[in-house]
Ligand binder design. Sequence first.
Ligand SMILES: C[S@@+](CC[C@H](N)C(=O)[O-])C[C@H]1O[C@@H](n2cnc3c(N)ncnc32)[C@H](O)[C@@H]1O
Length: 400
Amino acid sequence: MKKLFSFINKTKRLKTKSKSWSYLIDIVEISRFLLIGIFSTLINFLFFIISIFLFSAGLIQAVITGYLFGFISSFYFGRAWILSPRYKFKMTTFFKFVFSYFVGGLITLFVISIASSNFQLGNILSWFIGTAITALLNFTLLKLWVFRDRKKIADQRWGGLSKLLFLQILASNVISYINPAITHNLEKYYAIKKVFYLSTIEDISGDYLEFGVFEGSSFSHAIRCYLNLKEYMPPNNENEINFYGFDSFDGFGKLDSEDYHPFYEDEQFKTSLPFVKNRIEKCSKGTNFKLIKGFFEETLSVDPISYGIKKARIIFIDADTFSSSFYSFEFCKKLIREGTYLILDDFYSYKGSNTKGVAGAFAKFRSKYNFSFREVFSYGMGGKVFICSNIEDPKLLELR
Ligand SMILES: C[S@@+](CC[C@H](N)C(=O)[O-])C[C@H]1O[C@@H](n2cnc3c(N)ncnc32)[C@H](O)[C@@H]1O
């Protein structure tokens, strides 16, 4: 008996849930019809105006032209959003659709001619009156007659959101349109922000180091993140941070065959130090930053202290190749502390190789020194963030 009651309650709950879904779907259905209606009416109006003012067409010709374009737009979006394959599109539905528009067209013509010739209302006002009446009629005919059956079919399917095809199409269109480089860079920005936040709440001190600055987009962003989180930091000098950026500002230089990659070409990464410096100065608001120009084999072969760097809070390696990344890791070995964050871009390039690119350099660095790193999160098209959770290498500790 108890089981029976619980089953009835469960069914009731499910029914209420599916009822609220069905209300939501009804609202979305109506707004979908409305959206198509509004858009097609705008197209209709546009072509009506163009016909009259650009082509000096007569009233009837202009009404027919506008109405035809409105019909095409309504049919185009109706096909994608309403007559989709899921709803078993039938030829009869199509003929009903055309018939409704045909009747609507005749009524529009009739009302507009009466309004214009009998009541002398003027072309535009007559068009509005005729179109308003037809829009209402078309909306009712489409909803209650042409697409009457489709709700039944839609209701048979499980799940509410899966029925909102037009939202899926809209989302898919927007997402497929966005350039992948934009997606990656936005996520890179988020990754930098997250790391600033995480290191702030853990009270990690040290400097920000970026290897591969190019035109300074991510470098400037890091400064902005710092400036925006600065007020949350404990007010002591330990948390003052300097920003260091390393780059040739002239691309990769001569790459050996192991580092060759079709995407990493000098031409893409040539820029000028004064341009980048000027760009960063504009957003730095007095923050200490230094850009070190030159190829890593030279600029990173010295002790970090020669640049005034004692420890690192955030290390961002965005220099793409194995050799550039390995120079960067070696340079940082004395600077990494418990809680230092490493942001490694393009971790899966070189066809996912474990021995090439950033991933290869990181693997070699880890096997050479006894650091413990834990992965924190991934971002964009294969970027990864790690935190140093422990340093067990006595040799490294001695170096400090
Ligand atoms: C992908 S870009 C950096 C993009 C930058 N972090 C951003 O998000 O705006 C890579 C940069 O690394 C630099 N680079 C690569 N290898 C280098 C090397 N051995 N020495 C100096 N710079 C190098 C290139 O000049 C290039 O500007």
